[in-house]
Design a protein around this ligand. Sequence first.
Ligand SMILES: Cc1cc2nc3c(=O)[nH]c(=O)nc-3n(C[C@H](O)[C@H](O)[C@H](O)COP(=O)(O)OP(=O)(O)OC[C@H]3O[C@@H](n4cnc5c(N)ncnc54)[C@H](O)[C@@H]3O)c2cc1C
Length: 406
Amino acid sequence: MRIAPIPTLDPETNDIRLRTAKIVSELIIPNENILRQRTPEARQLRKEIEERVKAEGLWAPHLPKEYGGMGIGFMKHAYMNEILAWSPFGARLFGVVAPNSGNQTILLRYGTEEQKKKWLEPLIRGEIESCFAMTEPNAPGSDPYAIQTRAVREGDEWVINGHKWFCSNASRAHFAIVMCRTAEDDGTGKAKDRMTQIIVPTDTPGFRIVRSVPVWGHTDGDHCEIILENVRVPVTNTLGREGSGHEAAQERLGAGRVFHCMNCVGQMWRAFDLMVRRATERVVHGGKLEEKQFIQGFIADSYIDIMAARLMTIHTAQVIDSGVGDVRANISAIKVFVPAALERVVDRAIQVWGAAGVSSDLPLEGMYRGARTLRIADGPDEVHRILIAKHVLKVYHDGGNWDFGF
Ligand SMILES: Cc1cc2nc3c(=O)[nH]c(=O)nc-3n(C[C@H](O)[C@H](O)[C@H](O)COP(=O)(O)OP(=O)(O)OC[C@H]3O[C@@H](n4cnc5c(N)ncnc54)[C@H](O)[C@@H]3O)c2cc1C
């Protein structure tokens, strides 16, 4: 896959895009079938690619320079994510591995110097792993105030009891960032100040992994169910101000949603490329697929989906970056539209490829599962639709009208 510089972008962003694209298209995409294995050959190849990425100064776009990252800021990172997502192996080989990267960002922003030394630095060096534990089987994840896991202060310790699930990467994790209820609503309307994120080492007595929940038929996905039973950690493990749990989580999810959407756009681009190439080559019923109007319709509709998804995501990123204007409705809008557009584009690409489309020879089936999952994770579609309507209606109730101009 090739890209040209975008004339309206600054030279540095274009340079990052082009150098990232070179590595992804020359070293990663042609080797995907090796990279998905767990063989010594695959390990060696991963090491070589990572070394090349580091030598090019393209390692860890989400981290500042003093922590070994690129220190490039939000917009450049968003543009880079689009290219990384051409391959399902891209982000990992450039040092961006969820959920560690999200936890690194939170630790950077909210961690104390001691927490950074103990957890962040070894996490960045790749010596330890982490997970994020918010969702619970017995409370709706869509309602963040419904969390039941409780942390109670006893002297200098938190005592945590609760039940979590879908904690990705938990079985490998050395610590979990656990979202806990630390105070009940006192009726003063400060309901927001009830949750706190607490760092819990996974070898603390009472922290027990029940199972890895199978997802899409995969039992090794490592989305774990966890019981916390009288888990005791020092109060110094509190991440950020007590009661600021939602604030920190929203921040993670806000910018994170833009990055996820740029990932989706990159995947759409790859799926589109695979679809169009196949259409120009495969001969069916006496003619190439590209000559059939059904297939031309797939190409046109996918083009429209990608254009719309890409431009609305970039616009939202620009508004966030400018720091001016309320971007919450836009974030919800991209969160609803973009994964659904990805699902449609990948679906058409699969259709054009026929049986090969659902095989693991191509990245399409993985993209399809990922797109469907994204419509639930990070807040289900319905919740974001409700939020968009709320923001719009509030403006009208306050006597204004919605301004699409920002
Ligand atoms: C692969 C995967 C990985 C994940 N990784 C993590 C992780 O690492 N850490 C973590 O904490 N969580 C993780 N999650 C959990 C994810 O964040 C939650 O699934 C999500 O927040 C939704 O919560 P829920 O599953 O409890 O759904 P619920 O809250 O029970 O919602 C179920 C459905 O109800 C509907 N609904 C909800 N509210 C409304 C409404 N107001 N009006 C109408 N309909 C509504 C929606 O259709 C929604 O899909 C992961 C999930 C998946 C699938």
